[in-house]
Design a protein around this ligand. Structure first.
Ligand code: DC
Length: 226
């Protein structure tokens, strides 16, 4: 069976990483969470007190991002060798990531690394610009979507589980989801948009298993094609 590139794009908190991870395990492919890379740059900026774009751009050569596979199959993000998986998942870092992702030089810096990771194919990558900018030639592009309310509810539960101390209301999370959607779709640099040849998967009403079965079918059809 031929190896392909699977590009998964979509709004924040619509389950991109869940389906990307499931599909990568099913196919025996490598999974890359590009949101984690933007989050790692944001964390670096926060930790070093870099707020101006120029300072962040100048510091990029000092930012080394890797992924370390864990025994449970989940990959942890490493920033300059340090495991920052938990630190990058806060709402604060997410918001900062949305800001740093608007800087052209940050995007160029990360996109180059992402393209290098896909050189041998056999990769599932998720983000906002994977099917449009990083791999416009990807053999399979999925565009995931769900209503803002459903996504806020999922994110709210996730935050409660992960950072119990971070007490945010559902309304605050919904507000944040709407804000982030606006920024992701309206920025000048590689705004989130659906590639023309992407398959749209609206998972508002789909169970995880239902979505996985659907996506596996699409994947099997694509890899069966000569
Ligand atoms: O998917 P996420 O929430 O972890 O992404 C964090 C931020 O990074 C999000 O606001 C948008 C940005 N991002 C991006 O601009 N391009 C990508 N390929 C992935 C994420």
């Amino acid at each position: 069976m031929k190896k392909i590139i699977v590009a998964i794009d979509g709004y924040s908190s619509c389950g991109k990483s869940t389906i990307a991870r499931q599909l990568a395990a099913y196919a025996g492919y490598r999974y890359i969470d590009t949101g984690a890379m933007y989050r790692a740059v944001a964390l670096f900026a926060l930790r070093h007190g870099l707020s101006a774009d120029a300072g962040i751009i100048a510091a990029l050569p000092l930012v080394h991002i890797d992924f370390a596979p864990q025994p449970d199959g989940i990959q942890h993000t490493l920033l300059n060798g340090q495991d920052v998986e938990k630190d990058i998942r806060t709402l604060d870092v997410g918001n900062r990531a949305s800001q740093v992702s608007q800087i052209r030089e940050v995007r160029q810096f990360l996109v180059e690394q992402q393209q290098a990771m896909g050189r041998d194919k056999g990769i599932v990558m998720d983000g906002r610009d994977i099917g449009t900018v990083v791999f416009p030639e990807a053999e399979l592009k999925l565009f995931l979507t769900a209503s803002p309310e459903v996504r806020a509810e999922r994110r709210y539960r996730e935050l409660l589980e992960k950072n119990g101390a971070e007490t945010l209301s559902y309304e605050e999370v919904l507000h944040d989801v709407n804000d982030r959607d606006y920024r992701d779709t309206h920025r000048a640099e590689s705004p989130l948009r659906q590639a023309e040849d992407a398959v749209v998967v609206d998972n508002s009403q789909l169970s995880r298993d239902g979505q996985f079965a659907l996506v596996c079918d699409i994947f099997n059809q694509r890899t069966a094609q000569p």
